[in-house]
Design a protein around this ligand. Structure first.
Ligand code: ZN
Length: 149
């Protein structure tokens, strides 16, 4: 019986984390945090500036990490017709061109060319949230209940 309960609990936890994309985590510069590791040791902080996404690397303590051999690819567009975005490296950040409002971006991050890719995704929703006055993709109240729109 105990085993059943444990199985049930772990499936609950799994489904909770599968839904966690609605739970926006913001970084030290107000950007959106993406998980770029399996153990919270590397993050990306996404900021939208000059019609581009600027993605800075942050270590496990959310301190800036140097951009060297890391690689990033970004894909957007329709599921049936995904479009690869041109990712550049500039001033220690990855630069990704803007996408249409509401589009998802799928990122594939690699520590170096030989490393296994980590997938992170975000939906670019620039609609302004009535509660925090920030764009939805950076909404601070997503985690809270009774979010006012
Ligand atoms: Zn909000």
């Amino acid at each position: 019986m105990k085993k059943h309960i444990l199985t049930y609990l772990s499936s609950l936890i799994l489904s909770a984390s599968a839904l966690a994309h609605g739970n926006v985590e913001l970084g030290p510069n107000g950007g959106r945090i993406l998980e770029f590791s399996k153990n919270e040791s590397m993050h990306g902080e996404v900021i939208f500036k000059d019609n581009q996404f600027h993605i800075a690397l942050l270590d496990k303590d959310m301190k800036p990490a140097a951009l060297a051999d890391q690689e990033l690819t970004a894909t957007s567009g329709e599921r049936a017709k995904p479009e690869k975005l041109v990712v550049e490296k500039k001033d220690g950040k990855f630069i990704v061109p803007a996408v249409k409002a509401g589009d998802w971006i799928i990122f594939q991050y690699k520590e170096n060319a030989k490393a296994k890719a980590i997938t992170a995704r975000l939906q670019y929703d620039p609609t302004i949230c009535g509660a925090c006055k920030g764009p939805e993709w950076l909404c601070k109240c997503a985690a809270k209940e009774g979010k006012g729109k």
